[in-house]
Write a protein that binds this ligand. Structure first.
Ligand code: PAF
Length: 282
């Protein structure tokens, strides 16, 4: 595995692979790799000749007062995991390499960026879309792999790729969970053992809401209210618990078939997100 920090050096190597007819898969990450990331890497390996993983804690997707400076940086351990997973290249650019001047351009995806995490974290998805667009332009992968845990991020990236005709296929990969159901996330590292147990209630609530939807007894608004009340009683500060249409993340109507239930809630200072999908057969 090669570890490359320089954009030009990466491009040189990618050019050689491409001219040898090899396909390239890309997994963008912010490091602190866990089983969820390694699942993305395994999918990527199965679908291309070469796999590039980036590790870059992107400052522009963190708001003022968020955890940019605290965000876990575990480069040595990450590199060992990627080496063991037989990744071809880990790309670890510096902030100066990614943002050398005072950029005048950003990528902003309207509508799907504005609700949910976008409302709670203004500017977050502009930061994500811009850095992902830059990384796509640097790597020019055939396929790029993203986890479904960040469902809204996936929606934003799919819209950006479609709207800007970016020549990359986006592959979404189901969420990997701990044995208690908690979705794997780098931010789980902020939780105490007791909070980790408590955090598993997020997934339990999502599953309970899914069953209530399937039972067709309560309105979606009532199901949302019930889960918010339960989570609040369990000590969470709920940002949102929303039953949405998968296509545009607007509030789902009863005739919508493709649903995603999205939740964001805090335990102490840690903000966690999760979701489940369901298809309704009318
Ligand atoms: O999901 C993440 O880790 C980040 O948002 C991403 C896609 C690597 C962009 O910085």
């Amino acid at each position: 595995m090669q570890c490359i920090t320089d954009i030009k050096a990466l491009r040189e190597l990618l050019k050689q692979w491409r001219s040898a007819g090899e396909s390239i898969a890309f997994v963008p990450t912010m490091g602190n790799l866990h089983a969820g990331h390694l699942q993305l890497v395994n999918r990527a390996k199965a679908q291309a000749d070469r796999v590039v993983v980036s590790i870059f804690v992107n400052p522009t997707q963190f708001g003022v007062g968020e955890d940019f400076s605290l965000y876990p940086r575990t480069e040595q351990a990450d590199q060992e995991k990627l080496q063991a997973a037989a990744v071809d290249v880990v790309f670890m650019p510096s902030t100066e390499a990614m943002y050398p001047v005072n950029e005048l351009t950003k990528v902003s995806v309207s509508e799907v960026s504005e609700s949910h995490c976008g409302a709670a974290r203004p500017g977050h998805f502009d930061g994500v879309a811009t850095v992902v667009c830059k990384l796509f332009n640097i790597v020019q992968p055939d396929k790029a792999f993203f986890g479904e845990k960040d469902f809204q991020q996936l929606t934003v990236i799919n819209a950006m790729v479609a709207d800007l005709n970016l020549p990359v296929v986006i592959i979404s990969v189901p969420t990997v969970r701990e044995s208690n159901g908690l979705a794997m996330s780098s931010r789980n590292g902020y939780l105490t053992a007791q909070q980790r147990e408590q955090a598993s209630q997020l997934y339990q609530c999502l599953c309970a809401a899914k069953r209530l939807i399937q039972a067709k007894q309560l309105s979606y608004v009532d199901i949302e209210k019930l889960q918010i009340k339960f989570l609040t009683e369990q000590g969470f500060r709920v940002d949102y618990f929303s039953i949405c249409r998968r296509s545009d993340l607007q509030a789902a109507e009863h005739e919508d078939a493709e649903i995603v239930i999205l939740v964001a809630a805090r335990i102490g200072k840690t903000r966690l997100i999760d979701n489940v999908q369901l298809d309704i057969k009318n």
